[in-house]
Every structure is written in structure tokens, then in C-alpha cells.
Write a protein that binds this ligand. Structure first.
Ligand code: C2O
Length: 551
């Protein structure tokens, strides 16, 4: 090591200790929230209907918290549906009971009952979100979580003057739970949403938009932090602002190396923080979100818009639309995802597991199972390693810790039963999946390092799948189009500064490799965050065993 480097290291060491010392002086606080699950009439697109909300708000309230704080969120259910809330992306270290997915970590909260989610926010700062985690209720039950850095700890990017949350969502004119029930009965996908929304509002490209357009006001020369969340149920989205580039600084509450882009791509479950400068001709500009879909299936090109308005500009000025990548722009998607790199700085290192204890290979497939009462005599299904997940009747975490027999087995296979040309010509015959009568999970040894390859297949059709793992962040060490090649592809893995996130898009007809250290015991759900696919069974869970315990 050179002299200069030694000197620098010593200074840095003291600086890190200094900041660390003062940030521990700032007392951790307990923040309390009351979430009342209530039904409320809401109108959009000239249709009015009762929707399930938190505290009558749509989207729901933002949870503000500081890194190191404890949250106590009491949920009281006044609605006719059972309810559970998931704190998407919160690691819930050694605290799986507060994670929220119904029948995985808890039984849902019944009508008239309450449950208090009690958890610490440790080692994370940035934008995450919360949503209902039962049936399709998250269509209207969702909101932002903003985790501020510890007192006195700055962002690793220029301090913005103001910030806004932008929650991208979907709207159906009819009752979503009814639509889903109908789809199930027929064995077909439920009908597509009627609009996309930004903070619950579809904007001027939809009817009856007057009261339903979200707008933010900006001042010339100022810098803004936009916390963008994809809360849509079934669509990956492009998002752009006319005339303004965005600088991506964080994804899924992990800082990234900043990069500038005209548009972002964001999958359901993901969050992206961007900085923008109000440095254009003062006017009104559209912000717009529209799906990305490069699979040969249903086309959904509805565009949600909101307005970015410079101070002093009258509402009569017609805004311009941004140039969004075209609906099926695979090359933009691949290039964009490639630009996302962990910051990997001394204060925010990327601790990528370099050695792998357990290699997993899961194929993602669609399928068709017999269904005598369905329209075509079949119903659509989805599977991992050809297994369609069966929901249990008891919380799996409870079954695990109290040793309840017969609820689940831990024989989920580490690889598909039969290797085949996963992304070759579409396979349309013999699409039966294995269902069984109980959930099959994979058991993971405490603190072992796991590599999981998620491989899309051309069973029925290729499609991209945003996969979300509960209880962990993982590193996205590699991705590619076609079949994963175990001989050649690992050599190309990024083990230095790969993106660290909780939800990753597996490309259409391609694969993604993720790594994580299983240091958080419990039962952790993993599923495609397209609600359609989750409800078809594209999910599983890991049972991470306990460690040796405190000495
Ligand atoms: Cu955001 Cu299991 O989900």
C-alpha cells in the first residue's frame, strides 16, 4: 500500500467512526401509525365505485421513518375482506412475523379485528412501499414508505430542494375482486385495467380527468428528488418527463452510481429515486407512464400522465408529451437495466457473496390444467420448476416455528425435473403443472450463500417476470437472453458493483442470476410481482433455518 493510501485510509477510518458515533447519539424513535381499512366511494374515468382504502385515502398514507427507528403500525380492519399488509422491501431482520403476506407469515386480519406490525428499520434508507398482500386488494391498498438517512448523515448525491412521491398504479372501473373471481371461474385472465394512474390519477388522456390529474409545481433552478414506485398490478412501466433528463440515484432503497437517462423502466414492486433539475424553459410538461411489453401477448398501451408545472405558468398552457420508448423496446430495457450499478462506496459497500454454498436453478413457466367447470375445460396456471404453489390454510411461519405437521414439505427441487431447451420454439402441448395438495418449500441453511438462476421458458409463451424476494435484498450478478449457460455465463458475472434490490425483472425469454446470504431466519415468500401470475401459482417460499442463537 502506498503512503498516500495509508494516510487516506486513516483519515477515512476516523471520519467513518466520527459520523458513526454522532449518528448513534441521535436517539432511535418509535413512530406510530394507525391504518384503518375502510371502504370508500371513489370515482375515476366517469365511474364511481366503492374501493378498499387505508384511512379513506387513495393511494394510502405515506409512512415516514428514519433509519434506525422502530415502527408500530396498528391495522384495524373495517372492510368485508380479510386483510394483511406487507412492507415491501423492509428486511424484517429476525422479525418475519411483521412481514405481512397472508398465510405465509400470518393469518390475515379479519373484519373487526386489529393487528400491530412492530418492526425496526435497520440498515436501510430510501424509498420502499407497503401494500395489501392478499388476493388482488393491493389494487387500491398501497402507499409509500420514505426512510430518511440517520440524523446528520447526508445523501451521497446533491441535496435536493424538494421531493415528491410518484406512485404508479392501475385502475379498474369495476370491482377488482369480482373481476378476478370471474376470471378464475372461466379459467382465463381477468380483464385488463381501464387506466394507469400516477398518485391514483389517470390524467388528461382519460375521460373525466378534470379533478383527476396530478400536478407538481417546480421553481426554476431548483433540484427535485422524485421517489417513483411501481404499484401497478400487472405492468412493467416506462416513465419519462418531457424536456427533462432524470438522474437515477437509488433503486429499491439502495444507492446506485448516478446516471442520466431520458426514461426509466420500473417493474411492479420496484422503486426508483431520480433527481431532476428544473432548468428548462418555464412551461408545463407532461410526466408519463406506459407499459413495456415485449412478449407476443396482450397489448396494453394506456398512458397515465401528470403535470410538471413551472411556477407562474398558467394552467392554460398545453403541456408536451415526453418521448417514451416504444411498447416493445427490448433493447432499451436491457440497456437501461445494465446501467444500474450499486454505489459500492466505503460507507455503502456492495457485499456480494463471492463463494456460493447452494446453487438453485428455477424455471418459470405458464401452463394449463384441466378444469371441468371452466370455459375451455382448462385453466391457466404458472409454475416454478413445474410446481404450481398451493396456498396453505395456516401461516407457514407459524407452522415452521410451532412444528405443525402436514402444513408444508421442504422438498422443493433445486432444479427442474427435466432439462430442456427452455427458450426454444413455443411448447403448447402437455402443459400440465404439478399441483399436489400442500406447499413445497426449499430449506436453506442459516448464513449460507445462495445463487439462484431464474430461467424464463417458452411454455405457452415467453414473458418477462419481476421476481420479488421477501426478507432480503439480493445482488443481480448476471442476466441474459436465451438459456443460461452454466459453463460460459458465470465468467461474465458482475461481482463488484451489481445492483442490489428486492425485485428484479427476468427478461422475456431470458434469465437472471441473483445471490444473497441467508442470514435472516424465517419463512420468506418469493414470487412474480405480476398479480396475475402470483394468483396462478408463480410463487414459492424459502425456509431459512435458525442460527446458533445468542451466546
Ligand atoms: Cu410487494 Cu410479496 O410483495
Amino acid at each position: 500500500m502506498e503512503k498516500g493510501n495509508v494516510f487516506y485510509s486513516i483519515i477515512r477510518f476516523f471520519f467513518v467512526c466520527f459520523v458513526g458515533y454522532f449518528s448513534t447519539l441521535a436517539k432511535a424513535e418509535v413512530k406510530k401509525y394507525q391504518f384503518d381499512i375502510q371502504v370508500k366511494n371513489v370515482s375515476r374515468l366517469c365511474h364511481s365505485k366503492p374501493i378498499v382504502t387505508v384511512n379513506g385515502m387513495f393511494p394510502g398514507p405515506t409512512v415516514y421513518v428514519r433509519e434506525g427507528d422502530r415502527l408500530l403500525i396498528n391495522v384495524t380492519n373495517h372492510a368485508q375482506y380479510n386483510m394483511s399488509i406487507h412492507w415491501h422491501g423492509l428486511k424484517q431482520y429476525r422479525n418475519g412475523w411483521a412481514d405481512g403476506p397472508a398465510y405465509i407469515t400470518q393469518c390475515p386480519v379479519q373484519t373487526g379485528h386489529s393487528y400491530t406490525y412492530d418492526f425496526n428499520v435497520t440498515g436501510q434508507r430510501g424509498t420502499l412501499w407497503w401494500h395489501a398482500h392478499i388476493f388482488w386488494l393491493r389494487a387500491t391498498v398501497y402507499g409509500a414508505i420514505v426512510i430518511m438517512p440517520k440524523q446528520g448523515v447526508p445523501y451521497p448525491f446533491p441535496q435536493p430542494d424538494f421531493e415528491f412521491n410518484l406512485l404508479l398504479g392501475e385502475w379498474w372501473n369495476d370491482d377488482v375482486e369480482e373481476i378476478v373471481k370471474q376470471g378464475k371461474k372461466l379459467g382465463l385472465p381477468p380483464k385488463m385495467s381501464d387506466a394507469h394512474t400516477i398518485n391514483g390519477k389517470p390524467g388528461p388522456l382519460f375521460p373525466c380527468f378534470e379533478k383527476h390529474t396530478y400536478a407538481i409545481q417546480v421553481e426554476q433552478g431548483k433540484t427535485y428528488l422524485l421517489r417513483i414506485i411501481n404499484a401497478a398490478l400487472n405492468d412493467e412501466l416506462f416513465f419519462a418527463i418531457a424536456g427533462h433528463n432524470m438522474t437515477v440515484v437509488e433503486v429499491d432503497a439502495v444507492y446506485t452510481k448516478p446516471f442520466s437517462t431520458e426514461a426509466i423502466l420500473i417493474a411492479p414492486g420496484q422503486t426508483t429515486n431520480v433527481l431532476i433539475r428544473a432548468n428548462q424553459l418555464p412551461s408545463r410538461y407532461f410526466m408519463a407512464a406506459r407499459p413495456f411489453m415485449d412478449a407476443p401477448i396482450s397489448i396494453d398501451n394506456k398512458t397515465a400522465t401528470a403535470i410538471l408545472q413551472y411556477k407562474g405558468i398558467p394552467n392554460t398552457v398545453t403541456p408536451m408529451l415526453p418521448q417514451l420508448p416504444s411498447l416493445n423496446d427490448t433493447s432499451f430495457a436491457l440497456k437501461y437495466n445494465n446501467k444500474i450499478r450499486s454505489l459500492n462506496s466505503p460507507n455503502f459497500p456492495a457485499n456480494v457473496p463471492l463463494k456460493v454454498d447452494r446453487h438453485l436453478f428455477y424455471t418459470i413457466g405458464l401452463g394449463m390444467n384441466p378444469c371441468p367447470t371452466c370455459l375451455n375445460g382448462t385453466q391457466l396456471a404458472a409454475s416454478l420448476n413445474n410446481i404450481t404453489f398451493i396456498m396453505p390454510k395456516v401461516g407457514l411461519l407459524q407452522a415452521h416455528y410451532f412444528n405443525l405437521k402436514g402444513v408444508f414439505t421442504t422438498d422443493f427441487p433445486d432444479r427442474p425435473p427435466k432439462p430442456f431447451n427452455y427458450t426454444g420454439a413455443p411448447l403448447t402441448a402437455n402443459l400440465r403443472t404439478t399441483q399436489g395438495n400442500h406447499p413445497r418449500l426449499s430449506k436453506i441453511e442459516f448464513n449460507s450463500t445462495v445463487e439462484l438462476i431464474l430461467q424464463d421458458t417458452n411454455l405457452l409463451s415467453v414473458e418477462s417476470h419481476p421476481f420479488h424476494l421477501h426478507g432480503y435484498n439480493f445482488f443481480v450478478v448476471g442476466t441474459g437472453v436465451g438459456n443460461f449457460d452454466p459453463k460460459k455465463d458465470p465468467a461474465k458475472f458482475n461481482l463488484i458493483d451489481p445492483p442490489e434490490r428486492n425485485t428484479v425483472g427476468v427478461p422475456t425469454g431470458g434469465w437472471t442470476a441473483i445471490r444473497f446470504r441467508a442470514d435472516n431466519p424465517g419463512v420468506w415468500f418469493m414470487h412474480c410481482h405480476l398479480e396475475l401470475h402470483t394468483s396462478w401459482g408463480l410463487k414459492t417460499a424459502f425456509v431459512v433455518e435458525d442460527g446458533p442463537g445468542d451466546k
